[in-house]
Design a protein around this ligand. Structure first.
Ligand SMILES: Cc1cc2nc3c(=O)[nH]c(=O)nc-3n(C[C@H](O)[C@H](O)[C@H](O)COP(=O)(O)OP(=O)(O)OC[C@H]3O[C@@H](n4cnc5c(N)ncnc54)[C@H](O)[C@@H]3O)c2cc1C
Length: 492
């Protein structure tokens, strides 16, 4: 029996575990986005949760743990494995100590603390999701994080149930040791609080709730903030100097500030919108897809990277995208090389011609861009949009620099190549690895898969870009060099 066949059989034997096959994950994410999980398993007891983890580990089947899905971005193709969730939600309070099962909602924990006159979690009222996930991501708001109150966390590490104290949980801003050990699952936690007046705590919670509801209306299909805020001390000095001091809170700079400067508010891609009142809030206005969502996320990251030279890190967690398409990393490295060429190559070098009758480098780049668009980008799009489309062979004679509107400007040629590459990479980065098996029919090559095409492309492209960089380097140091390889005829 294969591991994929074995897992459902093992899981079906576990009491208090409800299994659903091909369950659309859009029903379990606040974005209402995501294709089906092969199996969706809901554990009502801790014992069932632990047994289910043992079963998926033994079967070596892909699996992921989900809470209420308020911080998840799930691929349109879904998740080809088991999605496990825990709904045990007991909460017990004794003196200043509260014990909570991971499947309880954070709001019930907040309400329970307030009702028992325990201070601190009131500022976290209105954060959706389960207590276990809140510990995993060290959720927080208005100056408090859950780590301020956690004393112990019980978790299953795949072999045994263990307990960590607060220090061992390695809590950081929106992070914990559990984020680095995705194979560990949180079962329950003990928290301790100082005493407060229940009426005053409830009033503060109500005020915070009203502010939150204005920012995140209850039905909004979103994940709260998409990106983490940035730690001021970790920013390059050049960027630190640009940040207005009044926006820094608790040593953090809102990522919304960086996004706002790049003018992303109100941006739309299909059903996915950036809120027009908050640059770090992306929502599904209806009919949005994971592909569009990731495109918008990538675009926002790109703008901040281009403007400030810094990377934003997602607070949301991805499901179903964990393996990248083959060759994507190689392809993703070329825009950087192109950027460097743009910034350091004098136009003279771009117009350098190895010998009369040969193309200058700018023309070679233009030709590369043409090949990229007509051969690789078009075929990739066809394969993603249709099932087994016919693929036209690439005819190099189609390319004429004049038809492409090329006026000899080498930097324009580089920019064109860069834009084409960025657009297609953004599209490919939103695809799950399984898309690599999509294919098309080529009249000469027969059936080629997307994975094969990308591999070919990376090889072809990196070779050319490196050759061009090398030619330029050689020309700089040996200005008198002649045509350096008689066989290197770029004009076929
Ligand atoms: C409107 C809105 C407002 C928000 N505001 C805030 C805010 O102010 N502050 C804040 O911090 N967050 C906020 N969030 C984000 C979100 O609420 C939190 O990240 C929350 O903790 C996610 O809980 P969840 O149960 O939905 O987890 P999910 O989204 O289902 O999962 C999140 C992660 O937790 C992991 N996980 C879940 N359960 C377990 C477990 N038992 N053991 C190990 N790992 C587990 C999952 O694998 C996943 O990686 C907001 C979200 C929304 C939609």
């Amino acid at each position: 029996m294969s591991s994929t066949d074995e897992a459902p059989v093992r899981l079906a034997e576990i009491p208090d575990l409800q299994l659903t096959r091909n369950e659309p994950l859009s029903r379990h994410t606040r974005f209402e986005i995501g294709g089906p999980a092969s199996i969706y398993a809901e554990a009502r007891t801790e014992a069932a949760f632990v047994e289910a983890m043992k079963a998926v580990n033994r079967s070596h089947v892909r699996h992921v743990v989900a809470g209420s899905g308020t911080n998840l971005v799930v691929a349109d193709a879904g998740f080809p494995g088991v999605v496990l969730t825990f709904t045990g939600d007991a909460i017990t309070a004794e003196g200043n100590r509260v014990t909570v099962q991971a499947g309880a909602s954070l709001q019930s924990l907040v309400d329970s603390a307030i009702a028992h006159g325990l201070k601190g979690l009131d500022s976290m009222t209105g954060i959706p999701g389960q207590a276990g996930a809140a510990i995993y991501g060290n959720a927080g708001a208005y100056g408090n994080s859950i780590s301020d109150f956690v004393r112990e966390v019980r978790f299953f590490d795949g072999d045994a149930i263990r307990t960590f104290d607060n220090a061992a949980c390695e809590f950081r801003y929106r992070s914990s040791v559990f984020k680095r050990h995705k194979d560990w699952v949180i079962l329950s936690a003990a928290l301790e609080f100082q005493s407060g007046d229940p009426t005053a705590l409830a009033e503060r919670a109500a005020q915070i709730h009203a502010v939150r509801n204005a920012k995140y209306p209850p039905g909004m299909r979103c994940a709260g903030s998409i990106f983490k805020n940035l730690i001021l001390a970790e920013l390059p000095a050049r960027v630190r100097a640009m940040v207005p001091p009044e926006i820094v809170k608790g040593g953090k700079v809102p990522s919304a500030w960086f996004l706002d400067v790049t003018g992303v508010k109100g941006m739309k891609s299909g059903g996915i919108h950036v809120a027009d009142y908050h640059a770090n809030l992306i929502f599904n206005a209806g009919g949005g897809t994971a592909r569009e969502l990731r495109q918008v996320i990538n675009e926002l990251k790109r703008r901040v990277r281009d403007r400030f030279g810094i990377g934003l890190e997602e607070e949301v967690q991805y499901v179903g995208f964990d393996e990248r398409l083959p060759a994507l990393d190689t392809l993703a490295s070329t825009p950087r090389i192109i950027d460097e060429l743009i910034s350091c190559m004098p136009p003279d070098d771009l117009n350098w011609q190895p010998a009369p009758g040969r193309w200058c480098i700018a023309e070679v780049l233009m030709h590369l861009a043409h090949c990229e668009e007509v051969c690789f980008v078009r075929r990739t799009r066809d394969m993603l949009d249709q099932s087994d489309p016919p693929l036209a062979p690439y005819n190099v004679d189609e390319f004429t620099a004049a038809d492409w509107g090329f006026n000899g400007d080498g930097l324009a040629a580089l920019a064109r190549l860069h834009d084409l590459r960025r657009t297609i990479l953004d599209m490919l980065e939103t695809q799950p690895a399984t898309s690599g098996s999509r294919a098309g029919a080529h009249p000469d090559l027969g059936r080629i898969t997307l994975a094969e095409l990308l591999n070919e492309w990376a090889f072809h492209d990196l070779g050319h870009i490196r050759q061009i960089a090398e030619i330029v380097r050689v020309r700089r140091f040996y200005p008198d060099m002649g045509p350096f390889r008689p066989l290197y005829t770029v004009n076929p």
